[in-house]
Design a protein around this ligand. Structure first.
Ligand SMILES: C[S@@+](CC[C@H](N)C(=O)[O-])C[C@H]1O[C@@H](n2cnc3c(N)ncnc32)[C@H](O)[C@@H]1O
Length: 224
């Protein structure tokens, strides 16, 4: 998948996306948001927010920012926000999640629902999610990964050449993904129909910035 292919395929999906992928993927969306245990005032970033099907599921005491590459998908998210008066949705912006315009540590929790097998470079995507998330924050991913059953895996390999047409890669390996991203997974669960999709909760294990580390050391010294 490249950015142009993603924009093209999701322009085509946008009008009927909710019909095809709304109810089917909703248990995974709900599962992620329940596991986030959102606290009042937390800043949440959802990358690849699409038509905003998850937005009504967040508690209204958080601040949600959604980004997506597809203007057509985002237009539907804007329409949903207005129609349902989703005041906890602070912003919806057109942006590449692999090259975000947010400063480091802008959010407490960052989530990608059904996006990592769509994005051109999943490792780069996770690196960006980690950068914009505060140290000690959490990253959440729900996605389909390459199936371990030989028959389904063979079918997914047959489908792989049609990724650009379908708008996702069916054969992304979970083990490879975790190796490439260095994600520190603290919870893993099977979700959606037949448990065919996987939910990952990971600690944002990036090092603190030098200035913050110095501040933390100074505070510890003062306490001694
Ligand atoms: C399968 S849809 C999932 C939408 C939504 N998260 C949901 O739960 O239905 C994938 C979405 O990711 C977006 N996407 C893919 N790569 C992206 C990137 N690099 N930056 C921003 N959005 C991206 C697509 O435009 C599309 O809206």
């Amino acid at each position: 998948m490249d950015l142009e292919a993603i924009e093209k395929v999701y322009r085509r999906y946008a009008p009927a996306y909710d019909l095809y992928f709304g109810a089917l993927f909703q248990p995974g969306r709900r599962g992620v948001i329940e596991r986030m245990r959102c606290r009042p005032g937390e800043r949440i970033l959802e990358v690849g927010v699409g038509t905003g099907l998850s937005l009504p599921l967040y508690p209204h005491h958080v601040q949600v920012t959604g980004i997506d590459l597809s203007r057509e998908m985002l237009a539907r998210a804007h329409e949903r926000k207005a129609r349902l008066h989703l005041d906890h949705v602070a912003a919806l912006r057109c942006m590449d999640a692999e090259d975000m315009q947010f400063p480091d540590d802008s959010f407490d929790k960052v989530v990608a629902m059904y996006v990592v097998s769509v994005a051109p470079n999943p490792a780069r995507l996770v690196e960006e999610m980690r950068r914009v998330c505060a140290p000690g924050g959490e990253l959440y991913i729900v996605n389909h990964f390459h199936n371990t059953s030989p028959a389904i895996a063979a079918l997914e390999r047959l489908m792989a050449p049609f990724s650009k047409l379908m708008g996702f890669r069916p054969d992304l390996s979970l083990e490879q993904f975790i190796r490439d991203t260095g994600l520190e997974v603290i919870e893993k669960a099977a979700v959606n129909l037949f448990g065919y999709w996987t939910l990952l909760r990971a600690r944002n294990n990036k090092p603190r910035r030098a200035s913050e580390a110095q501040k933390a050391t100074a505070t510890a010294d003062e306490r001694r």
